[in-house]
Design a protein around this ligand. Structure first.
Ligand code: SF4
Ligand code: SF4
Length: 318
């Protein structure tokens, strides 16, 4: 099931945002219409489905019709997850309204030390309303403190005890701030420390896509295993659909190819189309060692982020 981008604009301007290539202000503002939303719901229902919809942006709570969209998916008995920064007035209103309904929230947060007063008021009010319906997700920055605030917030607001962490990944066009190769090991050490602390709070780490296993030492992998935050990360995405109904593999690869959803019979056909086109490029791997690495398979490690691995490849045609 897809990730629907309800908007391509956001109330934040994060330097690391990997949506930059198709987001406002680099591109005109886009807001998904009710017709487009309805068309996608019906299209998804045609194929074999896991009945899960992810609503994201940009920032989805800036969409004027998000309440209607959530109600529409609930009518269809779809499982809904909203990916939001919770810093908008709309997020607070929606969180309070749907807190007792089967709607999960993944909250993209930056370090609270960087929130302004309005952001703090909105985020904390929404977290208060959502409790265990919300889980935190954030990027581990190589030059910031060790993110212990995430454990405090999880405990204080009784949030879901899985926290998802990510490495800063580049877009294919390198328009955002991303980790350089040396910083992977710095971030891996921070992740390991956070996982150890988290275990003391009965909190476990999950991982965003694109983290190569070899960023961690064997010892660090063992620590993660023992504290219940075993690394599992691949380069495999639910497909994203832009506010205008264009299917992309993921935001960092958006500029390599997109196709309107109506050009595919089903969502599964769209998945197969993208996987087949990217398959030859996956052979490249992240570095020369991937060619002989025992972990190089779709279950253990598919060589980190494809967008990063393709940066030096020009004239790619899907
Ligand atoms: S290329 Fe793969 S790892 Fe990178 S963002 Fe896209 S799905 Fe995730
Ligand atoms: S497949 Fe490549 S990126 Fe993954 S662990 Fe092996 S060498 Fe590292």
């Amino acid at each position: 099931m897809p990730n629907l981008m309800l908007t391509n604009y956001c109330n934040y301007r994060c330097s690391y945002c990997f949506g930059k290539d198709i987001m406002f202000p680099k591109n005109p503002r886009q807001t998904m219409t009710r017709e487009c939303f309805d068309g996608i719901v019906e299209w998804v229902k045609k194929g074999p489905s896991d009945r899960i919809f992810h609503l994201m942006g940009g920032e989805p709570t800036l969409h004027p019709d998000i309440e209607w969209m959530v109600a529409r998916l609930l009518e269809e008995e779809m499982q809904i997850t909203i990916f939001s920064n919770l810093a908008t007035p709309g997020a607070v209103k929606l969180a309070q309204k749907v807190a007792n309904l089967p709607v999960d929230w993944v909250v993209n947060v930056n370090d609270p030390a960087n929130w302004n007063d309005v952001q703090r008021k909105n985020i904390t009010a929404a977290l208060e309303a959502l409790g265990c319906r919300a889980s935190l997700t954030f990027n581990i920055m190589p030059d910031e403190d060790d993110n212990m605030w995430a454990l405090e917030y999880t405990k204080r607001y009784h949030l879901n005890n899985n926290i998802k962490v990510g490495f800063l990944l580049p877009t294919y066009k390198q328009t955002n701030e991303a980790l350089n190769d040396e910083q992977y090991t710095v971030v891996a050490a921070k992740v390991t420390r956070l996982a150890q602390e988290a275990a003391k709070f009965n909190v476990h780490l999950d991982y965003e896509c694109g983290i190569p296993t070899c960023a961690f030492t064997d010892e660090q992998l063992g620590i993660l295993w023992r504290c219940g935050s075993k690394l599992h990360s691949g380069c495999q995405s639910r497909l994203d659909i832009t506010p205008e109904g264009e299917v992309i593999y993921c935001l960092p690869l958006a500029t390599l190819g997109m196709k309107h959803y109506s050009q595919f019979e089903t969502y599964n056909d769209a998945c197969i189309w993208f996987e087949e086109r990217f398959r030859p490029y996956r052979m490249l791997g992240r570095r020369i060692e991937c060619a002989t690495c025992n972990l190089h398979n779709s279950l253990s490690c598919n060589a980190g982020c494809l967008a990063k691995n393709l940066i030096d490849c020009k004239n790619i045609k899907l």
